[in-house]
Design a protein around this ligand. Sequence first.
Ligand SMILES: Cc1cc2nc3c(=O)[nH]c(=O)nc-3n(C[C@H](O)[C@H](O)[C@H](O)COP(=O)(O)OP(=O)(O)OC[C@H]3O[C@@H](n4cnc5c(N)ncnc54)[C@H](O)[C@@H]3O)c2cc1C
Length: 506
Amino acid sequence: MQDPHNKPIKRVVIAGGGTAGWLAASLMKKVLGKAVDITLVESEAIGTVGVGEATIPPIRLVNQVLGIDEAQFLHDTKATIKLAIRFENWKTKGESYYHTFGAPGKSMAFCHFHHYWVKARQQGLKADLWDFDLNYHAAEAGRFAQINAKDPVVELPFAYHFDASLYAQYLRKLSENMGVVRKEGKISRVQRFTDSGFIQALHLESGDVVEGDLFVDCTGFKGLLIEEALGAGYDDWSHLLPCDSAIAVPSERHEKTAPYTRSIAHDAGWQWRIPLQHRNGNGHVYSSRYISDDQACDTLLSNLDTKPLGDPKLIKFTTGRRRKQWYKNVVAVGLSSGFLEPLESTSIHLIQSAIVRLIQLFPHNGFAPSLESEYNKQSELEFEQIRDFLVLHYTVNERTDSAFFNDMRNITLPDSLAHKIALFKESGNLLREQNDLFLESSWLQVLYGQGITPKDYHGLVNSVPEVQLNQMLTRLLEIKKEPIAKLPTHDEYINGMVAKYKRAMS
Ligand SMILES: Cc1cc2nc3c(=O)[nH]c(=O)nc-3n(C[C@H](O)[C@H](O)[C@H](O)COP(=O)(O)OP(=O)(O)OC[C@H]3O[C@@H](n4cnc5c(N)ncnc54)[C@H](O)[C@@H]3O)c2cc1C
């Protein structure tokens, strides 16, 4: 058998059939087409992690590339619309703020909108940051429709909440229709070439052997290929993000479906509530250094706002990232590549961007070391930038009632984050770093929402006469609210789309 180091890469083997496995299969087949043969191995007996239901707007690009019809998608995955995350009890108990997918105000050259708002607030303006945000108004009013506006000031960016297992089934159907071959069975042994250490084949318990050139490890937390076979190593970030456990439980749906995720801080972590068409997804993410699993379970169950629909499920994890996400002829995608807790719903996005990166750097003619190192450089930066954004939520807080939050205020921050916080605090400045997933508007909402008001604003603001500044802000407040009354409710939108799909099918 020839070592695949320097020969054309044709046979792609995906180990694992969770969201990561099937998203990798469908996107790679759709884009790379006949250039690759894809086999996916998964084990129903092992199953999937079974969570992961809130997303961020780039998921819509994936759906577009895959040619997914939105009405069918909403119908098949029981999806709802997500306009924002509402953070409750994070700054202090009883206070809340939104991190929306919109942007407060409007985009301005050289000097961001919030500098004008900071000056106006110093002069007595009452309107809060979110009063200038259409996503906020729509989330609060429980209304939604796709707005195809020419003017970005009245755009309503959105993502989805969906049932993760239905999404994986949906992607499986798509992938198999495109020619991806699925093999059921448990991988019992990983065979490697003796000289290079590259992976040659996966041996299944059934006796089947699946050979490949490139292996995509989507086997979940354990990283069967990248870690157990190749020992790529793991950077543990628990000192920055100490939550290491989650308990998840579904509950009955509400009569009205909220178009946002709730994130409710407790004493040693936080609780998510994700509304779907047929149920709510709930979970408590916490640090086991501060409470026991039983206490965490009680906290979750006593804070559900509807009746539970099943038994709570406990999941343990270590926050961090695989030191090399591409190593030899294995690329780790999904939980096998690392894990950042679901506070900002970034894991499915990380799957998506890993696959895009792999397609962009695909080793068509063999495993050139520069491809591997470029891939690893980009994924390292991406994980670190998201990590910093998550740490921000915890470390800037005024919660003096909880040992966990007291400790989080005093952790030693990565220089990159400490600099960002200081820059904003002192000057109001926020500048997007390279390809940071989170734009200035996201950092602004969380920095301000968690309790930092900049001391200063940009000097350019002073060139606008006060009367003009007030007129601009007053007009913007009207513009941002105007569309709301004309929008259908979120439930009317979802029901309308589902009915449209059913009509098309009948
Ligand atoms: C508590 C929690 C909440 C989360 N919430 C969100 C969220 O709101 N939004 C978001 O974007 N992400 C979220 N995530 C992350 C999200 O769940 C994952 O990114 C996503 O499900 C992908 O998982 P995966 O496919 O990598 O792994 P898994 O779902 O674990 O799939 C692993 C696959 O590998 C197979 N496998 C494993 N070993 C073998 C073997 N020996 N032989 C054959 N097959 C094998 C399994 O059968 C399975 O098919 C959350 C994660 C956790 C832990």
